[in-house]
Ligand binder design. Structure first.
Ligand SMILES: [Zn+2]
Length: 178
């Protein structure tokens, strides 16, 4: 899924869990972790693309041949295995859980990111290697960039945020009346 939608859904998730909904520190760090898998894998590529577009007047999209000649595309492909693996996430979360002796809630954003990506990528563009390094099994259902997916996804987000805003306004006016 796209990074903005990842951030917005992660925020919804944290604000729905009783254990985390009142803790803004967990929410904001968790939202960052919800976007981090893509930031870690794609930031170098995006910066290189930006450089070529602005300074060399030579834009290259992810799927063109030119893109694959950039060294950073190799970094994106390799790092994607690590940032988008449920296996790696389980190991990391378990180790930190053992060390801290409490569940690392901020890491839940990362786990949810991988889970959503399993079903919102296709073989054409970074299918999610969620079982890496145990298996290379991947799922190809619908791309997050498909117009239908985009419309449904952002409509749901819009409805959720609209009602959350209404709920917040209602509770503020009740508090003011008391
Ligand atoms: Zn992703």
């Amino acid at each position: 899924m796209d990074i903005l939608a990842h951030g917005l859904w992660t925020n919804v998730m944290y604000r729905s869990i009783p254990k985390t909904r009142e803790n803004s520190k967990i929410i904001w760090w968790g939202v960052l972790f919800g976007m981090l898998p893509d930031l870690v894998s794609f930031t170098p590529v995006i910066l290189v693309r930006l450089y070529y577009t602005v300074f060399e007047n030579h834009p290259a999209t992810f799927l063109t041949e030119a893109f694959h000649t950039y060294k950073f595309s190799e970094y994106a492909t390799i790092s994607y295995n690590y940032t988008h693996s449920i296996v790696i996430w389980i190991v990391a979360a378990a180790l930190i859980w053992l060390y801290l002796k409490e569940f690392p809630w901020v890491l839940l954003g990362w786990g949810i990111h991988v889970f959503i990506d399993i079903f919102s990528h296709t073989f054409d563009f970074f299918a999610t290697p969620f079982l890496f390094p145990i298996s290379d099994f991947e799922v190809s259902i619908i791309s997050w960039a498909h117009p239908g997916f985009m419309i449904v996804n952002y409509s749901l987000l819009l409805i959720l945020y609209f009602f959350a805003l209404l709920g917040r306004q209602a509770s503020t006016s009740v508090n003011q009346q008391q």
